[in-house]
Design a protein around this ligand. Structure first.
Ligand code: ADP
Length: 494
C-alpha cells in the first residue's frame, strides 16, 4: 500500500488554516482500529470568525462582481484539482470511513464532476423579464444569499460536501461546512484544493466538531442565511426548528427506509444483483439503501433463497483490498448500534436468514465489521421495518397483490427511494407513480446523476439537491422595476 501521510491538525477558518480550539477528536480507521489523525474541533469564536470572513469574502467585489463564466472557470479548476489528487482523496476517505476504494474513487470522481457540472450550469442560468403590465420594465434577478451553513454526514463526505459547496459557490456565496465529527479528513483535504484552485480562501471554512455544538452554532449564526443539511431525520427536525425561528431557508436530505420491489416477472439475475447492491454496498450506510425487500408471496421461498445465497457470498474486508465488496461500518460505535438493532429485531420475532452477527474470521477481528444480514418474519409495522438501521441489514417482506404491495411500501414515515424489478413497463410506471418516494429506480438501483434532482418526500427531506436549479436554491430572487413613464405618478399631484 502507498505511504499514508498523517493529515495536519488544522482547519480553515475564514481563510486562515489554524488549530481548532474545541475538543480533539480521533479519526479512526474502522478496518483495523488504527488512529489516522487527530483533529481539534472548531469553537464558537472560530465559527464567528469564519462567518464574518465568509460574509466579507462574499461581498468583496473581487468575488461578487465576477461574471458567471469567470466564476465557472474557478469551479472547473477545483474539478481539475480534485482529479489530480483523486487517488490520495480516495485513500484518505477509505481510511477515515472504511468504504471500499472502488466506492471512494467513484465518490471523488463524482465530486469533480459536480464542480464541473455547476460550472457549466452557472453559465446557462438566466434571469427573467416578466411581461409588462404598466409603464415599467420589470427584471427578476437572482442574487447570492451570502453565507451558507452546510452540514454533512459521515457516509459519503466528499460527494455530499461537493453537492453543497459547488452550487453554493456557483451561486456566489461563501460556505461554512460542518463535516461529521468522525470523518472530517476528506472535507479538510477538499478545502485545501478549493483554495489552491484560486477560490478566495475566506469563501470556504471547514468547521469540524460535534453537531450539537459546532453545527448548532453555525445554524444559529446571524450571518448564516441558509442551511443545507444531509443527515438523520431527528437532526433535520432540530435544524428545521432553528430555520423556522430565524426565518431562513433550509434544504434537507434525510433518512429512508426504501422499498425494493420484486415483481413476479422480474429477471432473477438482475434483480438479485441489484437488490444486493442496493442494500449491502457501502455496508448499508446509505440513506437510499433498499432496506425493505418486497417479494411476491407465491414465490417468496425461491427469491428468499437466491438473496440469502447471494448475501452469504459477499466478500468482507478492508476497503483498501480491491476484492472487498463489504467494508467495515464507519465506526465501532455504529457497528455496535447496528448489532443492537438486529438483536431488537430478534426480540420482535425476526428470523435471521443470514448474518446477524459480527464475523468470527481472525482476519476481520480488529475492524468494525458486521455480516450482511437478511431478516424475515416481521410485519411491515415492526420497529425494524420502520426505523432506519443504516447498516447491512435488509428485511424480506411478502406481498399478495399490487394493492397490498403499494399499501405496505407506503407504510413508512419515509419517502426517499424505491426500486422496482419487472419486465412490464406499464406495471413499472404504475408503481413509480403510486409509491411515495423522491427517486424511483426501475430495473436498476442506487444510480445517480448530478444533473438529476434528488429529493425526499414525507420525512425524508425538504427541497432538492443536484440538478442545475440547485444553484437557485442558494440564491434569493429580487424584482427590479424600471419606471418608463415620462409623466410623474399622478396621485400626489393636485
Ligand atoms: P447521522 O445519523 O447520519 O450521523 P446526523 O443527523 O446525526 O446523521 O449527523 C449529520 C450531521 O449533522 C453531522 O455533521 C452531525 O455532526 C450534524 N449534527 C448532528 N446534530 C446536530 C445538531 N443538533 N445541530 C446541528 N448539526 C448537527
Amino acid at each position: 500500500m502507498q505511504p499514508f501521510p498523517v493529515p495536519p491538525d488544522e482547519i480553515p477558518v475564514g481563510g486562515v488554516w489554524q488549530r481548532g480550539r474545541g475538543s480533539a477528536s480521533r479519526c479512526v480507521d474502522p478496518a483495523d482500529g488504527s488512529v489516522v489523525a487527530s483533529i481539534h474541533a472548531a469553537d464558537s469564536a472560530q465559527v464567528d470568525a469564519a462567518a464574518a470572513a465568509g460574509a466579507a469574502a462574499a461581498a468583496d467585489p473581487a468575488w461578487r462582481d465576477l461574471l458567471p463564466h469567470q466564476r465557472a472557470r474557478l469551479l472547473c479548476r477545483v474539478a481539475d484539482a480534485i482529479e489530480e489528487h483523486a487517488s490520495e482523496l480516495a485513500l484518505l476517505q477509505t481510511r477515515n470511513t472504511g468504504k471500499a476504494l472502488a466506492e471512494t474513487s467513484a465518490l471523488v470522481a463524482s465530486a469533480a464532476g459536480t464542480f464541473r457540472y455547476y460550472a457549466a450550469a452557472l453559465e446557462t442560468l438566466e434571469g427573467e423579464l416578466p411581461p409588462r403590465r404598466g409603464p415599467h420594465l420589470t427584471m427578476s434577478v437572482h442574487e447570492p444569499i451570502g453565507v451558507i451553513g452546510a452540514i454533512t454526514p459521515w457516509n459519503s463526505p466528499i460527494a455530499s460536501d461537493a453537492q453543497k459547496i459547488a452550487p453554493a459557490l456557483a451561486a456566489g456565496n461563501a460556505v461554512l461546512l460542518k463535516p461529521a465529527e468522525a470523518t472530517p479528513l476528506v472535507s479538510l483535504a477538499l478545502a485545501r484544493l478549493v483554495h489552491a484552485a484560486g477560490v478566495p480562501a475566506g469563501l470556504l471554512s471547514v468547521l469540524p466538531g460535534p453537531g450539537s455544538v459546532v453545527g448548532d452554532a453555525i445554524a444559529r449564526h446571524p450571518r448564516v442565511g441558509k442551511l443545507a443539511f444531509t443527515g438523520g431525520t431527528a437532526t433535520g427536525r432540530v435544524l428545521g426548528r432553528i430555520a423556522a425561528e430565524r426565518i431562513i431557508p433550509v434544504t434537507m436530505e434525510l433518512g429512508g427506509k426504501s422499498p425494493t420491489i420484486v415483481c413476479p416477472d422480474a429477471d432473477a439475475e438482475s434483480a438479485v444483483a441489484g437488490i444486493l447492491y442496493g442494500i449491502f454496498s457501502s455496508t448499508g450506510q446509505s440513506c437510499i439503501a433498499g432496506s425493505r425487500i418486497f417479494l411476491p408471496r407465491a414465490e417468496y421461498s425461491a427469491w428468499s433463497r437466491l438473496l440469502t445465497e447471494g448475501a452469504g457470498a459477499l466478500r468482507l474486508g478492508p476497503g483498501t483490498d480491491p476484492s472487498t465488496q463489504v467494508g467495515p461500518l464507519a465506526t465501532f460505535a455504529h457497528r455496535d448500534r447496528v448489532a443492537g438493532m438486529v438483536d431488537r429485531a430478534r426480540d420482535e420475532g425476526a428470523r435471521v436468514l443470514c448474518g446477524g452477527r459480527i464475523p468470527d474470521s481472525p482476519r476481520l477481528a480488529q475492524g468494525a465489521y458486521y455480516l450482511p444480514t437478511l431478516l424475515a418474519g416481521l410485519a411491515v409495522d415492526a420497529k425494524t421495518c420502520q426505523e432506519e438501521i443504516f447498516g447491512p441489514v435488509g428485511v424480506l417482506l411478502p406481498y399478495d397483490d399490487e394493492e397490498d404491495l403499494v399499501a405496505q411500501a407506503n407504510a413508512t414515515a419515509f419517502g426517499l427511494a424505491c426500486g422496482v424489478w419487472t419486465e412490464d413497463y406499464r406495471r413499472a410506471l404504475r408503481l413509480a407513480q403510486r409509491v411515495e418516494a423522491g427517486t424511483v429506480w426501475v430495473n436498476t438501483y442506487k444510480q445517480f446523476s448530478i444533473s438529476t434532482p434528488f429529493s425526499g418526500v414525507k420525512e425524508s427531506g425538504l427541497g432538492s439537491d443536484k440538478g442545475r436549479l440547485a444553484i437557485r436554491s442558494y440564491q434569493r430572487q429580487k424584482s427590479v422595476y424600471l419606471g418608463l413613464a415620462e409623466e410623474p405618478i399622478g396621485w400626489a399631484l393636485r
